[in-house]
Design a binder for this molecule. Structure first.
Ligand SMILES: NC(=O)c1ccc[n+]([C@@H]2O[C@H](COP(=O)([O-])OP(=O)(O)OC[C@H]3O[C@@H](n4cnc5c(N)ncnc54)[C@H](OP(=O)(O)O)[C@@H]3O)[C@@H](O)[C@H]2O)c1
Length: 283
């Protein structure tokens, strides 16, 4: 791995800044993944359900051929879709994702919690995928604290991250604490609040003091919490902008002002099965 900021989870070094690929169709996915790796990103996030694993793999191969990096320098994440949570379905998708990417992923996540089949069956299958060499590490996504703890109790291997929505308009105090207690990590999806941070007066004011944009301030705020952030863009200039966050630091006051932007209705992507409840942050 290169020397950019990373979080160490059980000896695995996960770069704190990654590049997201949700909604990137094939051409954009291939082009932007190569561009991100040229800029210096060393962490790429995709999922089976994004229907772009093959294009993401092509983008990585283009970058390797151009000499931008070596495979070992990259952290590559993909996710098991909820329709594939039975043992055979999970193993089949894990194989398919690896073939589509053309690479063994470094991290395989369960995309959303689900009531059926049992969590034990799904977690066992996820561990089996790891033991069979279909991924280096395993984790979860969109798991509230109770399910995150239960999943870890049932898992032989450490769940190295829980990838959840997190940005300045959401409070995540409890889940961050849970991740710390489990020796795991939090990865923030929609770290730029799907672009909404760009117009925020507080983030822009803090940015002006550092010669940075609201998006850069937001990503810096995340990585200063040791949270992994995976912004997405179709634009090369914005990919470069989002990567340019390692040469400044937010003060404690600035961090607290940004925590103050959280609001009870700040969630953008509430697609969780109603059987589960997000952590209560505002009681
Ligand atoms: N596990 C999950 O369930 C889950 C759910 C959602 C997302 N994710 C992952 O997280 C990644 C990031 O989340 P996201 O894609 O929802 O949202 P995001 O990164 O918060 O925001 C992306 C949006 O912001 C815009 N943008 C990017 N850089 C900007 C900048 N510097 N200034 C202003 N606008 C900017 C982009 O538009 P342009 O393209 O026009 O730049 C795009 O519309 C995804 O791509 C995916 O990999 C995971």
């Amino acid at each position: 791995m290169t020397d950019q900021p990373a979080i160490d989870v059980e000896g695995y070094s996960i770069p704190l800044l990654g590049f997201g690929t949700w909604m990137l169709e094939s051409d954009d996915a291939r082009r932007m993944v190569t561009e991100a790796l040229r800029i210096g990103y060393r962490h790429i996030d995709t999922a089976w359900i994004y229907k772009n694993e093959e294009a993401v793999g092509d983008g990585i191969r283009d970058a390797l051929e151009a000499g931008y990096l070596n495979r070992d320098d990259l952290w590559l994440t993909t996710k098991i879709w909820v329709d594939h949570f039975d043992r055979d379905g999970l193993l089949e998708q894990a194989r398919e994702s690896g073939l589509s990417l053309g690479f063994t992923p470094d991290l395989l996540l369960l995309h959303w919690p689900k009531t059926q089949p049992s969590l034990q069956e799904t977690i066992d299958a996820l561990n089996e995928a790891r033991e069979n060499g279909l991924t280096r590490t395993i984790g979860v996504s969109n798991f509230p604290s109770a399910e995150f703890r239960k999943a870890q109790e049932l898992s032989q291997a450490l769940l190295v991250t829980n990838q959840v929505e997190y940005h300045p308009y959401l409070k995540l105090t409890k889940l961050l604490e849970t991740a710390r207690e489990l020796d795991s990590s939090i990865t923030a999806w929609s770290p730029l609040a799907q672009g909404k941070v760009a117009d925020d007066p507080v983030l822009n004011e803090i940015g002006r003091a550092h010669g940075k944009s609201a998006a850069q301030v937001t990503l810096r705020w995340l990585i200063q919490q040791n949270v992994i952030a995976i912004p997405r863009t179709t634009k090369e200039s914005r990919a470069a902008e989002s990567f340019n966050i390692f040469d400044f630091e937010l003060s404690d006051d600035e961090m607290q002002r940004i925590f103050g932007l959280a609001r009870p209705d700040g969630r953008l992507g509430d697609w969780i099965d109603p059987a589960f409840k997000w952590d209560e942050e505002w009681a």
